[in-house]
Design a protein around this ligand. Sequence first.
Ligand code: PMP
Length: 375
Amino acid sequence: MTTPDAPALPLRPELADEVPYGAPQLDVPVRLNVNENPYPPSDEVVATVAERVAQAAHTLNRYPDRDFADLRADLADYLAVESGVRLDPTQVWAANGSNEIMLHLLQAFGGPGRTAVSFAPTYSMYPEYARDTHTRWVTGRRAEDFTIDPDAAVALIEAEQPSVVLLASPNNPTGTALDPGTIEAVLDAATRVPAVVVVDEAYAEFRREGTPSALALLDRYPHLAVTRTMSKAFAAAGLRLGYLAASSALVDALRVVRLPYHLSAVTQAAARAALEHRESLLAQVADLRAGRDELVAWLRQQHVGGRPLQVAESDANFVLFGVLDDRHAVWQGLLDRGVLIRETGPDGWLRVSVGTPGETQAFKDALTAVIGEKE
Ligand code: PMP
């Protein structure tokens, strides 16, 4: 018996050659490829999360609080402590990772006939949110040092008339934090369009002394949205909890496009338990920042092919370095030695996350060996 040919699937033509997003998830001893916090939660944190999730389990026959009022209040309290900006819980929104927050933003403010603008190299998921919401995607270039030239940014916004501008600060994969003056120039240009300006602060807690958060601009710019996540500094990537701070009017627009009950009762309970233990979960941030600065300094002393490595300034928990004639060979050489980093960013550059001191040492040893082979 012959089976009839399966009918062709009516896939959207622009998805035909697309592959699912994601770095390889390989089981190797040293994983420094997705900017996770290398320190697992303490037993105390695990116990509170387990207790709160057990309490939530008693109510699993019911849908969760659709507007997650308690979690929003807890997130507003955290932001007040972290950056000195006091927000009303109605100015806070949350979703399953800041990835989903970005999707909500593009669903509400992008769409067919609309444009989103960003500045490359930047986070490689942005074009995917644009694709999935049928939003036209336009990128300007970052400068040689990966900052954004405010005049060029304003000119691009005036020329393209976007409804959304995405600025990552600190940026992924470069680690670059934006100057507040640049963010304000973009916000002023966006007021005239008008466009929503999203400052993606996924790595904000790692910023260096003196680098302000864009949260401080919220009271002056109702079209500003600052996104954050518990995936990085908070050491809770597995939780899938991203959030946003903005005007209540902007948050209300996101409430229209979200799926009903998008944050499960289990997620809400676990996130609130984690926030209760913020001091313990954030305890390693200072060490990670110091490890990052030390890694930048060490990389700057390394030479490849007789030239010193170039290393981007970083306000994040990762470092971008180059320029390598064959970055794939270096990436593979590191992997062969049990160290997984990320092949991303401009040609010839690689990105490494800051791990524990032992993991960072393993990376340094492996890189020294790989570069030595190439000399
Ligand atoms: N923004 C940036 C700049 C990121 O690097 C990441 C994660 N790599 C995210 C957002 C998404 O993080 P999450 O969905 O885990 O909150």
